[in-house]
Design a protein around this ligand. Structure first.
Ligand SMILES: *[C@@H]1O[C@H](CO)[C@@H](O)[C@H](O)[C@H]1NC(C)=O
Ligand SMILES: *[C@@H]1O[C@H](CO)[C@@H](O)[C@H](O)[C@H]1NC(C)=O
Ligand SMILES: *[C@@H]1O[C@H](CO)[C@@H](O)[C@H](O)[C@H]1NC(C)=O
Ligand SMILES: *[C@@H]1O[C@H](CO)[C@@H](O)[C@H](O)[C@H]1NC(C)=O
Ligand SMILES: *[C@@H]1O[C@H](CO)[C@@H](O)[C@H](O)[C@H]1NC(C)=O
Ligand SMILES: *[C@@H]1O[C@H](CO)[C@@H](O)[C@H](O)[C@H]1NC(C)=O
Ligand SMILES: *[C@@H]1O[C@H](CO)[C@@H](O)[C@H](O)[C@H]1NC(C)=O
Ligand SMILES: *[C@@H]1O[C@H](CO)[C@@H](O)[C@H](O)[C@H]1NC(C)=O
Ligand SMILES: *[C@@H]1O[C@H](CO)[C@@H](O)[C@H](O)[C@H]1NC(C)=O
Ligand SMILES: *[C@@H]1O[C@H](CO)[C@@H](O)[C@H](O)[C@H]1NC(C)=O
Length: 432
């Protein structure tokens, strides 16, 4: 998944790298005026201060919002109404269990994560974090070269636990983990099974405790990683994922990465003229169910409430995190963690304060360009500052080849690109 991370660093930096973007990294923290460091190393306010805001490189420890605390939940994905679009999510996890970016559709008691032609795919993220716990997800992967379906845990300091399916091999998940985003490619291991993951649902489980991580497929243990096996002599620490993390499930085009290594890993370049792109009009994965079970936080952790996880140190270790009553949401996208509920800043919907599609939720990206080539479009068009919205009536076919009528609203927004480039957010909702 670090491959994915690098892909989007490139992908997003293409979108954002104008003279005015302010970057952040281990040697350069964000300035006070744009105090929040996104996972892609760009400073900002608003959405930048929510999920995956990195406390290590932000202006100070108040910049990022605390993360919503774990809650046991079971979601049967029967409707896209269960998912909140990322640009409507202000951090209040009492109002949303799942947040998405990209294109979601509902079909037959499941939700489709779609990846239309030339898009960046789709990611759904849990609104809440878990600090040890288990998550079980029932899904069908996509398929074909360059197409990756992933289910991961991802923390604000980039601890990560992964399952990834590469669409050229439908009998296997690659598992991996990372500690504080350090790129160490030697930790991957494969979990194989006998039936095709594109045609059949598989139940993937990550069981994450203070002592071990276990990856289970259909109830069978595929891999166990013990913390005591992750001792790193150079770092003098256990390089084990140990900070509160969100759940992310995604479909993304590794095969359109500019990095040859990523394309090779993904089985080659993605084919944007593949049969799926003609019918139903997108690559797709299905998610049917997700169950989150929270475990106790680490022994010895400071507990000053029951609402959120908050970093009290910038090392990114487990011992930097406390449990608090502090709020997790912003009143508007003009705010930051300094004064999250100040309403006199107004309800600024300036797109500069909202992460472009794909940047704010985990490693994945939203669609770039327009939706499937076979969509018939344009009914209503209206423009706001920097935005054009199209309400589109699309006759499309579902993955199973059944024609359904869909209403799709595309927001074409002009971001600050070096060249002329624009991003299209496509919100699609089936209406029958
Ligand atoms: C967005 O940011 C760009 C680059 O910094 C700036 O030129 C533009 O005025 C900003 N847009 C708004 C609406 O603030
Ligand atoms: C951090 O960012 C600055 C400014 O973009 C850059 O000069 C520096 O090399 C970066 N440091 C690291 C460690 O990447
Ligand atoms: C962080 O900076 C803001 C703005 O200057 C300030 O209000 C806040 O108290 C600072 N927080 C910490 C923990 O230093
Ligand atoms: C996992 O399987 C892929 C092929 O699907 C292979 O390229 C890779 O080397 C395998 N990884 C390990 C750790 O065996
Ligand atoms: C690591 O921990 C596991 C379970 O706690 C234990 O079974 C195993 O023997 C330990 N291994 C080492 C090298 O200490
Ligand atoms: C230990 O961490 C260093 C620095 O991140 C890394 O280069 C090295 O590969 C790690 N060693 C092991 C055995 O994982
Ligand atoms: C959470 O903490 C508040 C006070 O901080 C308390 O009133 C409430 O009962 C607690 N809720 C739970 C579920 O423990
Ligand atoms: C916490 O992180 C720092 C910096 O990464 C490291 O030097 C230190 O040893 C860590 N402490 C523990 C208890 O792991
Ligand atoms: C809220 O924001 C406004 C505008 O930035 C500022 O003038 C005001 O002092 C803030 N209010 C509080 C209570 O900090
Ligand atoms: C801004 O708009 C959102 C969504 O419409 C709303 O939830 C939020 O309360 C508004 N904030 C303010 C300051 O009006």
């Amino acid at each position: 998944m670090k491959v994915l991370f690098l892909f989007f660093v490139y992908f997003i930096s293409g979108l954002l790298a104008d003279d005015s973007s302010v970057t952040c990294n281990e040697t350069q923290k964000c300035p006070e005026s744009m105090p929040c460091c996104s996972q892609y190393g760009i400073c900002g306010i608003g959405s930048y201060c929510l999920g995956s805001c990195d406390p290590r490189y932000s202006y100070n420890l108040s910049a990022c919002l605390p993360s919503p605390i774990c809650k046991n939940t079971q979601t049967l994905f029967s409707s896209v109404d269960q998912l909140t679009k990322i640009d409507k999510f202000y951090g209040d996890a009492t109002k949303a269990d799942w947040v998405y970016d990209g294109t979601v559709l509902e079909y037959d008691n499941s939700v489709i994560l779609a990846m239309p032609k030339n898009s960046g795919g789709t990611v759904i993220s849990s609104a809440r974090y878990l600090w040890y716990g288990s998550v079980e997800v029932k899904l069908k992967t996509s398929h074909l070269a360059g197409v990756v379906t992933a289910f991961i845990f991802f923390s604000d300091v980039q601890d990560e636990i992964d399952y990834e399916n590469v669409g050229v091999d439908l009998y296997k998940f690659q598992t991996n983990y990372y500690y504080k985003g350090i790129l160490d490619y030697h930790h991957s291991a494969n979990v194989s099974f006998n039936d095709n993951s594109f045609e059949n649902y598989h139940t993937l489980k990550i069981d994450w405790t203070q002592e071990y991580v276990q990856w289970l497929v259909n109830g069978q243990v595929g891999r166990t990683l013990y913390k005591n096996s992750t001792w790193n002599e150079t770092l003098q620490t256990y390089a084990f994922p140990q900070t509160p993390a969100r759940v992310q499930i995604s479909l993304w085009p590794a095969g359109s990465s500019s990095a040859a290594g990523t394309r090779d890993w993904a089985g080659g370049a993605i084919d944007w003229n593949a049969p799926d792109i003609a019918n139903p009009g997108y690559y797709y994965a299905f998610i049917q169910e997700a169950t989150i079970t929270c475990y106790d936080p680490p022994s010895g952790v400071t507990i000053n409430g029951n609402n959120s996880y908050v970093y009290k140190g910038v090392n990114g270790n487990e011992t930097d995190v406390e449990i608090s009553d502090a709020g997790t949401f912003l009143k508007s996208f003009s705010n930051t963690g300094f004064d999250p509920l100040n309403s006199s800043t107004g309800n600024n919907t300036n797109s500069n304060n909202t992460l472009p599609s794909g940047i704010s939720s985990g490693n994945n990206g939203g669609p770039i360009g327009v939706s499937g080539s076979d969509s018939t479009s344009t009914s209503i068009t209206y423009t706001k500052a920097g935005f054009q919205q199209y309400a589109t009536s699309v006759l499309t076919k579902t993955a199973q080849g059944i024609a359904v009528k869909a209403t799709s609203i595309s927001i074409m927004s002009l971001f600050t690109c070096l060249g002329a480039c624009f991003t299209s957010l496509i919100i699609t909702k089936l209406i029958s």
